[in-house]
Design a protein around this ligand. Structure first.
Ligand code: SF4
Length: 268
């Protein structure tokens, strides 16, 4: 697939970004995603079938586009990826175009951009050396919606096993790379104890937590709101509220000091 642009200004919620006052860009160098999640919002937006979506098509001119776009773009934070996953399974990486994630990262980081990666794949560790070199300008996010691999198989049939994702975040954290864990979407059926399990296993490894609602089903909003109330108590009791972001509830990721002030005001 050939595209006309690659680096696009985005309005994705500030939760994913590190510097609030920067321009934010989204970069998606595949159309489709072999993780093939049942709840995939990107696939629904593009009205593609699950069969089409699970055979990702690489943007063949991604590197050429980026080479042209970087010099005329104000540096900011780039998210890889908002509409696919930058680390696709090996079985679909059949052409040269599937190995573009590494050179894309190198070009962005060398040009002074910040990069936020949100993935479901421990394949992200292939670029660990690059993250170590640019640790001040990267944040690696892993999406883990459940601790239970049977649930994962149902909802994310093409995505890597949960344990491999947990191990990847632990490894990144051990190497001092800024990390985040996204529990998005918080699926109905997810139990309070499931979140406790994830938080307890990754308490020391995830610098940030992002929780989000299943955004195309408004009938789950009550569930999300109830779970949010429970979880706020959990995160509060663990002293974690300054590293938790509930999507669609706040306009931006508040600085820790602001969060503390807000809570103090509410208590008085
Ligand atoms: S990983 Fe993201 S883009 Fe890929 S199928 Fe799942 S929800 Fe969609």
């Amino acid at each position: 697939m050939i595209r006309k642009t690659l680096l696009n200004l985005t309005k994705i919620e500030a939760a994913y970004f590190t510097e609030e006052d920067m321009p934010h860009y989204g970069l998606n160098h595949y159309l489709g995603c072999a993780h093939n999640c049942l709840y995939c919002y990107a696939r629904r937006m593009l009205r593609m079938s699950r069969e089409q979506w699970s055979e990702p098509d690489p943007v063949e001119n991604a590197l050429e586009l980026l080479r042209e776009e970087i010099p005329r773009t104000k540096p900011g934070t780039v998210m890889l990826c908002s509409m696919t996953d930058a680390y696709q399974p090996l079985r679909v990486r059949h052409s040269r175009s599937f190995f573009q994630t590494r050179p894309i990262l190198e070009m962005l980081l060398e040009a002074g951009f910040y990069v936020v990666i949100q993935t479901k794949s421990p394949g992200v560790l292939a670029d660990l050396d690059l993250f170590q070199e640019y640790r001040k300008r990267v944040r690696i996010g892993m999406t883990i919606i459940t601790p239970d691999d049977l649930v994962r198989r149902k909802w994310e049939p093409g995505a890597p096993a949960i344990e491999s994702r947990i191990a990847a975040i632990q490894m990144l954290s051990m190497k001092d790379i800024p990390t985040q864990v996204s529990i998005e979407p918080l699926l109905p059926g997810t139990k309070y104890k499931d979140i406790v399990s994830l938080v307890s296993r990754l308490y020391f490894n995830a610098d940030r937590w992002i929780l989000g609602v299943l955004n195309y089903r408004t009938d789950y909003d009550v569930y999300y709101s109830d779970m949010r109330n429970y979880l706020e108590s959990l995160f509060d009791s663990c002293g974690m509220m300054d590293r938790v972001y509930f999507k669609q509830e706040h306009a931006a990721f508040p600085a820790p000091a602001e969060r503390k002030d807000q809570k103090d005001v509410q208590k008085t």
